[in-house]
Design a protein around this ligand. Structure first.
Ligand code: NDP
Length: 280
Protein backbone atom coordinates (compact mmCIF):
# COMPACT_ATOMS: atom_id res chain seq x y z
CA UNK A 1 0.00 0.00 0.00
CA UNK A 2 1.29 3.52 -0.80
CA UNK A 3 2.54 5.26 2.31
CA UNK A 4 2.15 8.89 3.36
CA UNK A 5 2.81 10.75 6.61
CA UNK A 6 2.95 14.11 8.30
CA UNK A 7 6.32 14.92 9.84
CA UNK A 8 6.95 17.51 12.53
CA UNK A 9 8.29 17.96 16.07
CA UNK A 10 6.14 17.72 18.14
CA UNK A 11 3.52 15.88 16.10
CA UNK A 12 1.14 14.13 18.50
CA UNK A 13 -1.48 16.89 18.17
CA UNK A 14 -1.72 16.60 14.36
CA UNK A 15 -5.15 16.11 12.81
CA UNK A 16 -3.69 15.26 9.39
CA UNK A 17 -3.96 11.42 9.73
CA UNK A 18 -7.67 11.77 10.52
CA UNK A 19 -8.24 14.12 7.60
CA UNK A 20 -6.35 11.98 5.07
CA UNK A 21 -7.98 8.74 6.26
CA UNK A 22 -11.31 10.44 5.68
CA UNK A 23 -10.28 11.62 2.19
CA UNK A 24 -8.92 8.17 1.27
CA UNK A 25 -12.20 6.51 2.23
CA UNK A 26 -14.28 9.12 0.44
CA UNK A 27 -12.20 8.84 -2.76
CA UNK A 28 -11.77 5.03 -2.57
CA UNK A 29 -7.97 5.34 -2.49
CA UNK A 30 -5.91 2.62 -0.84
CA UNK A 31 -3.20 4.28 1.21
CA UNK A 32 -1.70 4.45 4.67
CA UNK A 33 -1.09 7.83 6.38
CA UNK A 34 0.73 8.14 9.69
CA UNK A 35 2.36 10.82 11.85
CA UNK A 36 6.12 10.85 12.32
CA UNK A 37 8.26 12.85 14.73
CA UNK A 38 11.64 13.72 13.23
CA UNK A 39 14.56 14.55 15.54
CA UNK A 40 15.20 18.29 15.22
CA UNK A 41 18.66 17.99 13.70
CA UNK A 42 18.10 14.96 11.43
CA UNK A 43 15.23 16.06 9.21
CA UNK A 44 17.12 15.53 5.96
CA UNK A 45 18.09 11.91 6.81
CA UNK A 46 14.55 11.34 8.05
CA UNK A 47 12.96 12.44 4.76
CA UNK A 48 15.46 10.44 2.70
CA UNK A 49 14.84 7.37 4.85
CA UNK A 50 11.10 7.71 4.23
CA UNK A 51 11.33 8.19 0.45
CA UNK A 52 14.33 6.07 -0.47
CA UNK A 53 14.46 3.46 2.31
CA UNK A 54 18.12 4.10 3.08
CA UNK A 55 20.25 5.53 5.90
CA UNK A 56 19.46 5.54 9.63
CA UNK A 57 15.71 5.99 9.01
CA UNK A 58 15.29 3.28 6.36
CA UNK A 59 12.56 1.61 8.43
CA UNK A 60 10.15 4.55 8.11
CA UNK A 61 8.50 3.12 5.01
CA UNK A 62 8.63 0.00 2.88
CA UNK A 63 11.22 0.64 0.16
CA UNK A 64 9.55 2.21 -2.88
CA UNK A 65 6.22 2.80 -1.15
CA UNK A 66 6.94 6.10 0.65
CA UNK A 67 5.03 8.38 -1.73
CA UNK A 68 4.40 11.65 0.07
CA UNK A 69 5.00 13.72 3.18
CA UNK A 70 3.23 16.65 4.74
CA UNK A 71 5.63 18.85 6.66
CA UNK A 72 4.78 20.96 9.67
CA UNK A 73 6.50 23.07 12.35
CA UNK A 74 9.47 23.49 12.55
CA UNK A 75 10.59 21.86 9.30
CA UNK A 76 8.82 23.70 6.46
CA UNK A 77 11.85 25.84 5.53
CA UNK A 78 14.26 22.91 5.77
CA UNK A 79 11.94 20.85 3.58
CA UNK A 80 12.05 23.67 1.00
CA UNK A 81 15.82 23.52 0.84
CA UNK A 82 15.74 19.73 0.31
CA UNK A 83 13.67 19.98 -2.86
CA UNK A 84 15.12 19.47 -6.34
CA UNK A 85 11.94 20.97 -7.83
CA UNK A 86 9.64 23.69 -6.51
CA UNK A 87 6.58 25.34 -8.04
CA UNK A 88 6.83 29.12 -8.64
CA UNK A 89 4.68 29.89 -5.57
CA UNK A 90 6.62 27.43 -3.40
CA UNK A 91 9.88 29.08 -4.48
CA UNK A 92 8.57 32.48 -3.33
CA UNK A 93 7.08 31.03 -0.13
CA UNK A 94 10.50 29.83 1.04
CA UNK A 95 8.79 26.93 2.77
CA UNK A 96 6.85 23.81 1.70
CA UNK A 97 4.31 21.64 3.45
CA UNK A 98 3.95 18.91 0.81
CA UNK A 99 6.67 16.65 -0.56
CA UNK A 100 6.50 13.97 -3.25
CA UNK A 101 8.76 12.28 -5.79
CA UNK A 102 8.64 12.91 -9.53
CA UNK A 103 9.15 10.21 -12.19
CA UNK A 104 12.95 10.55 -11.79
CA UNK A 105 12.69 9.95 -8.03
CA UNK A 106 13.63 13.56 -7.23
CA UNK A 107 12.08 15.31 -4.23
CA UNK A 108 9.51 17.95 -5.24
CA UNK A 109 7.87 20.50 -2.96
CA UNK A 110 4.66 22.49 -2.88
CA UNK A 111 3.16 24.94 -0.40
CA UNK A 112 -0.59 24.34 -0.18
CA UNK A 113 -1.29 26.63 2.82
CA UNK A 114 -2.20 29.65 0.68
CA UNK A 115 -4.42 27.65 -1.66
CA UNK A 116 -6.06 26.25 1.47
CA UNK A 117 -6.73 29.71 2.88
CA UNK A 118 -8.11 31.12 -0.38
CA UNK A 119 -10.38 28.05 -0.88
CA UNK A 120 -11.70 28.32 2.65
CA UNK A 121 -12.48 32.00 2.18
CA UNK A 122 -14.31 31.11 -1.04
CA UNK A 123 -16.23 28.40 0.85
CA UNK A 124 -17.58 31.25 2.98
CA UNK A 125 -18.67 32.99 -0.26
CA UNK A 126 -15.90 35.55 0.23
CA UNK A 127 -14.24 36.92 -2.89
CA UNK A 128 -10.89 38.70 -2.51
CA UNK A 129 -11.18 40.52 -5.82
CA UNK A 130 -11.02 44.33 -5.48
CA UNK A 131 -10.97 44.03 -1.68
CA UNK A 132 -8.80 45.92 0.81
CA UNK A 133 -7.04 43.23 2.82
CA UNK A 134 -5.00 43.55 6.00
CA UNK A 135 -2.64 40.69 6.86
CA UNK A 136 -1.18 40.67 10.36
CA UNK A 137 2.09 38.77 10.81
CA UNK A 138 5.13 38.15 8.64
CA UNK A 139 6.20 34.63 9.57
CA UNK A 140 6.18 31.43 7.52
CA UNK A 141 2.40 31.18 7.25
CA UNK A 142 1.98 34.69 5.86
CA UNK A 143 4.83 34.23 3.42
CA UNK A 144 3.10 31.07 2.17
CA UNK A 145 -0.28 32.72 1.59
CA UNK A 146 0.75 35.99 -0.07
CA UNK A 147 1.12 34.73 -3.67
CA UNK A 148 -2.23 32.89 -3.75
CA UNK A 149 -3.96 35.93 -2.19
CA UNK A 150 -2.42 38.38 -4.68
CA UNK A 151 -3.53 36.11 -7.56
CA UNK A 152 -7.13 36.82 -6.54
CA UNK A 153 -6.60 40.47 -7.60
CA UNK A 154 -7.38 42.34 -4.38
CA UNK A 155 -7.44 46.17 -4.55
CA UNK A 156 -4.59 46.26 -2.05
CA UNK A 157 -2.89 44.13 0.59
CA UNK A 158 -1.28 45.71 3.64
CA UNK A 159 1.09 43.53 5.67
CA UNK A 160 1.64 44.62 9.26
CA UNK A 161 3.85 42.98 11.85
CA UNK A 162 5.24 43.51 15.35
CA UNK A 163 8.71 43.46 13.76
CA UNK A 164 8.10 45.80 10.83
CA UNK A 165 11.35 44.91 9.01
CA UNK A 166 10.01 41.37 8.40
CA UNK A 167 6.88 42.78 6.76
CA UNK A 168 9.12 45.01 4.60
CA UNK A 169 11.04 41.95 3.42
CA UNK A 170 7.79 40.24 2.37
CA UNK A 171 6.73 43.32 0.43
CA UNK A 172 10.04 43.33 -1.45
CA UNK A 173 9.56 39.63 -2.35
CA UNK A 174 5.91 39.85 -3.46
CA UNK A 175 5.47 43.39 -4.86
CA UNK A 176 5.79 42.12 -8.45
CA UNK A 177 2.59 40.14 -7.96
CA UNK A 178 0.27 42.99 -6.95
CA UNK A 179 -0.41 46.02 -4.77
CA UNK A 180 1.22 45.06 -1.47
CA UNK A 181 2.64 47.45 1.13
CA UNK A 182 3.76 47.26 4.76
CA UNK A 183 2.88 49.36 7.83
CA UNK A 184 3.66 49.21 11.54
CA UNK A 185 0.87 47.88 13.79
CA UNK A 186 0.17 51.21 15.46
CA UNK A 187 0.42 53.24 12.21
CA UNK A 188 -2.71 51.63 10.78
CA UNK A 189 -5.38 54.31 10.34
CA UNK A 190 -7.96 52.90 7.91
CA UNK A 191 -10.53 50.11 7.81
CA UNK A 192 -10.33 46.96 5.68
CA UNK A 193 -12.81 44.63 3.95
CA UNK A 194 -10.95 41.55 5.14
CA UNK A 195 -8.55 41.22 8.10
CA UNK A 196 -6.42 38.06 8.27
CA UNK A 197 -4.55 37.24 11.46
CA UNK A 198 -1.45 35.22 10.53
CA UNK A 199 0.38 35.73 13.84
CA UNK A 200 0.90 33.05 16.44
CA UNK A 201 -0.19 35.51 19.17
CA UNK A 202 -3.52 33.73 19.70
CA UNK A 203 -1.60 30.54 20.63
CA UNK A 204 -0.38 32.30 23.78
CA UNK A 205 -3.75 34.00 24.39
CA UNK A 206 -2.28 37.36 23.28
CA UNK A 207 -3.42 40.04 20.87
CA UNK A 208 -1.27 42.03 18.46
CA UNK A 209 -1.30 45.68 19.48
CA UNK A 210 -3.72 46.95 16.82
CA UNK A 211 -6.06 49.96 16.63
CA UNK A 212 -9.77 49.15 16.35
CA UNK A 213 -9.98 51.52 13.35
CA UNK A 214 -9.08 48.54 11.13
CA UNK A 215 -12.67 47.31 11.50
CA UNK A 216 -15.69 48.71 9.66
CA UNK A 217 -19.17 47.24 10.26
CA UNK A 218 -18.74 45.11 7.11
CA UNK A 219 -15.22 43.81 7.91
CA UNK A 220 -14.77 40.04 7.75
CA UNK A 221 -12.05 38.51 9.93
CA UNK A 222 -10.08 35.31 9.46
CA UNK A 223 -7.74 33.95 12.16
CA UNK A 224 -5.41 31.28 10.74
CA UNK A 225 -5.31 29.69 14.16
CA UNK A 226 -8.18 27.39 15.09
CA UNK A 227 -9.55 26.37 18.45
CA UNK A 228 -12.60 24.76 20.03
CA UNK A 229 -13.76 28.15 21.28
CA UNK A 230 -13.58 31.49 19.53
CA UNK A 231 -9.88 32.42 19.21
CA UNK A 232 -8.69 35.39 21.26
CA UNK A 233 -8.31 37.41 18.07
CA UNK A 234 -11.76 36.59 16.76
CA UNK A 235 -13.37 37.33 20.12
CA UNK A 236 -11.69 40.74 20.11
CA UNK A 237 -12.66 41.41 16.48
CA UNK A 238 -16.29 40.56 17.25
CA UNK A 239 -16.27 42.89 20.22
CA UNK A 240 -14.94 45.65 17.92
CA UNK A 241 -17.89 45.12 15.57
CA UNK A 242 -16.50 42.87 12.79
CA UNK A 243 -19.38 41.47 10.76
CA UNK A 244 -18.17 37.84 10.65
CA UNK A 245 -15.23 35.88 12.04
CA UNK A 246 -13.73 32.58 10.85
CA UNK A 247 -10.91 30.44 12.21
CA UNK A 248 -8.29 28.37 10.36
CA UNK A 249 -9.84 24.91 10.62
CA UNK A 250 -11.17 25.12 7.08
CA UNK A 251 -7.72 26.23 5.87
CA UNK A 252 -6.19 23.18 7.54
CA UNK A 253 -8.58 20.84 5.75
CA UNK A 254 -8.31 22.65 2.39
CA UNK A 255 -4.49 22.59 2.42
CA UNK A 256 -4.71 18.85 3.11
CA UNK A 257 -7.15 18.39 0.23
CA UNK A 258 -4.72 20.12 -2.15
CA UNK A 259 -1.87 17.87 -0.95
CA UNK A 260 -4.11 14.82 -1.47
CA UNK A 261 -4.83 16.04 -5.01
CA UNK A 262 -1.12 16.51 -5.75
CA UNK A 263 -0.38 12.97 -4.56
CA UNK A 264 -3.38 11.04 -5.84
CA UNK A 265 -4.81 13.17 -8.70
CA UNK A 266 -8.26 13.12 -7.05
CA UNK A 267 -9.77 16.13 -5.28
CA UNK A 268 -11.65 15.21 -2.10
CA UNK A 269 -14.72 17.04 -0.86
CA UNK A 270 -13.95 18.96 2.31
CA UNK A 271 -17.25 20.07 3.82
CA UNK A 272 -18.00 16.88 5.71
CA UNK A 273 -14.55 16.56 7.28
CA UNK A 274 -14.56 20.22 8.36
CA UNK A 275 -17.91 19.56 10.05
CA UNK A 276 -16.62 16.35 11.63
CA UNK A 277 -13.55 18.09 13.11
CA UNK A 278 -15.65 21.01 14.28
CA UNK A 279 -17.85 18.63 16.24
CA UNK A 280 -15.02 16.41 17.54
P1 NDP B 1 5.96 32.05 12.76
O1 NDP B 1 6.57 31.70 14.07
O2 NDP B 1 6.71 31.88 11.51
O3 NDP B 1 5.51 33.61 12.81
C1 NDP B 1 4.84 34.12 13.93
C2 NDP B 1 4.29 35.52 13.62
O4 NDP B 1 3.46 35.92 14.72
C3 NDP B 1 5.37 36.59 13.48
O5 NDP B 1 4.93 37.53 12.52
C4 NDP B 1 5.40 37.20 14.89
O6 NDP B 1 5.84 38.54 14.91
C5 NDP B 1 3.94 37.16 15.23
N1 NDP B 1 3.67 37.19 16.68
C6 NDP B 1 3.91 36.19 17.57
N2 NDP B 1 3.50 36.56 18.81
C7 NDP B 1 3.00 37.82 18.69
C8 NDP B 1 2.43 38.73 19.61
N3 NDP B 1 2.29 38.44 20.91
N4 NDP B 1 2.01 39.94 19.14
C9 NDP B 1 2.15 40.24 17.83
N5 NDP B 1 2.68 39.41 16.92
C10 NDP B 1 3.11 38.22 17.34
O7 NDP B 1 4.56 31.26 12.74
P2 NDP B 1 3.76 30.78 11.46
O8 NDP B 1 3.77 31.90 10.48
O9 NDP B 1 4.22 29.45 11.03
O10 NDP B 1 2.27 30.57 12.05
C11 NDP B 1 1.44 31.67 12.36
C12 NDP B 1 0.04 31.18 12.73
O11 NDP B 1 -0.61 30.58 11.61
C13 NDP B 1 0.03 30.13 13.85
O12 NDP B 1 -1.03 30.43 14.73
C14 NDP B 1 -0.25 28.83 13.12
O13 NDP B 1 -0.96 27.92 13.93
C15 NDP B 1 -1.17 29.35 11.99
N6 NDP B 1 -1.18 28.44 10.81
C16 NDP B 1 -2.38 27.86 10.48
C17 NDP B 1 -2.46 27.01 9.41
C18 NDP B 1 -3.77 26.39 9.08
O14 NDP B 1 -3.80 25.48 8.25
N7 NDP B 1 -4.86 26.83 9.67
C19 NDP B 1 -1.29 26.70 8.57
C20 NDP B 1 -0.08 27.38 8.99
C21 NDP B 1 -0.04 28.20 10.09
P3 NDP B 1 7.42 38.89 14.99
O15 NDP B 1 7.93 38.74 13.57
O16 NDP B 1 7.46 40.26 15.49
O17 NDP B 1 8.03 37.88 15.92
Amino acid sequence: MDQYAVVGNPISHSKSPLIHAFFAKQCAQELAYSKLESPLNEFSEFVKGFFFGNGPYSQLSTRGLGKGLNVTVPFKEEAWSLCSHLSKDAKLAGAVNTLYLNARNEICGENTDGIGLVRDLKNQALSLEAKKILIIGAGGAVRGVLAPILKELPKKVVVTNRTLSKADVLVSIFSDLGNVTSTGLSQLNESFDIVINGTSASLGGELPNLPSTIFAPSTVVYDMMYAKQLTVFNAWAKAQGASAVYDGLGMLVEQAAEAFYIWRGVRPKTEEVIQLLREA
